[in-house]
Design a protein around this ligand. Structure first.
Ligand SMILES: [Zn+2]
Ligand SMILES: [Zn+2]
Ligand SMILES: [Zn+2]
Length: 258
């Protein structure tokens, strides 16, 4: 299959609190290194004709402004946790300027969450100016948005099913602590894998750094970036030096081309 060239921009690479975390006295939250400033995790994917955002974080408005996004064709969701959906209201700006609804692609569990959190956008009588969304329920069946072909990958976030996505040679997976063997097959052969790595210490629903590294080794991926990072992981430049060859910490505004 022919895939269009894709430009991936990391809009945010932080865990749910972001870095710096409000009121935190730690060294990471007080670092002056730009790479230690992390908005909540999200990526922008651009082909020559199509622009998609994965998740709308609480920082969505600023992320769109910072990356100077003028056109957005669709929103794709991984799961309904607040740090991945909270910014959805701000797609209104694209509704105004693109004179159309915003297509939203999400699994059933996430659509349920969106209907709950943004009930006013789904009401029969809608207040003028609320987000205008068109819902596209997705399953594990591959689908396309414009010229971008997408294969959903099921991963587990403790007991919550989360969708990772493969876009041709590029795979994005966040908020997981377990991937079943069958789903790992969908990731194999990716040129670039983004995987989430929260911190060093164990967590019930998130991969640790060593678990993420082991997964990359097991899948024999050449280039990997870790995201959804907690201030507990440490300073960017310190951790980056410790990582095996081909593995990096992602940082905000990093651009990867595949
Ligand atoms: Zn999250
Ligand atoms: Zn901190
Ligand atoms: Zn989550």
């Amino acid at each position: 299959m022919q895939f269009p060239p894709l430009k991936i921009t990391f809009l945010g690479t932080g865990t749910s609190t972001g870095i710096p975390m409000i009121a935190c006295p730690c060294a990471v939250c007080h670092s002056t290194d730009k790479k230690d400033k992390r908005l909540r995790s999200s990526i922008l994917i651009e082909s020559p004709t199509t622009t998609i955002v994965v998740d709308t974080t609480p920082d969505f408005r600023y992320q769109m402004l910072r990356a100077d996004v003028k056109k957005l064709d669709a929103v794709l969701f991984t799961h309904p946790h607040k740090d991945h959906i909270a910014g959805l209201d701000d797609v209104r700006a694209f509704n105004f300027f693109q004179h159309r609804h915003m297509p939203v692609y999400a699994n059933e569990l996430t659509i349920e969450g969106l209907r709950r959190e943004f009930g006013y956008a789904f009401a029969d009588k809608r207040y003028p100016g609320v987000p205008n969304l068109s819902m596209h329920p997705i399953t594990l069946e591959p689908f396309s948005i414009g010229d971008i072909f997408i294969t959903p990958i099921l991963v587990w976030h403790l007991k919550m099913p989360v969708y990772g996505f493969r876009f041709g040679p590029f795979t994005y997976i966040t908020d997981a602590n377990r991937i079943e063997e069958g789903e790992k097959e969908k990731i194999r052969g990716s040129q670039v894998l983004v995987l989430h790595a929260l911190r060093r210490e164990n967590h019930i629903s998130h991969f640790t750094l060593s678990e993420a590294i082991a997964t990359v080794h097991q899948l024999e991926i050449e280039t990997a970036y870790f995201t959804h990072i907690s201030h507990q992981l440490g300073l960017h430049h310190v951790i980056e030096k410790e990582l095996p060859e081909g593995m990096h910490l992602a940082y905000d505004e990093l651009v990867v081309n595949v």
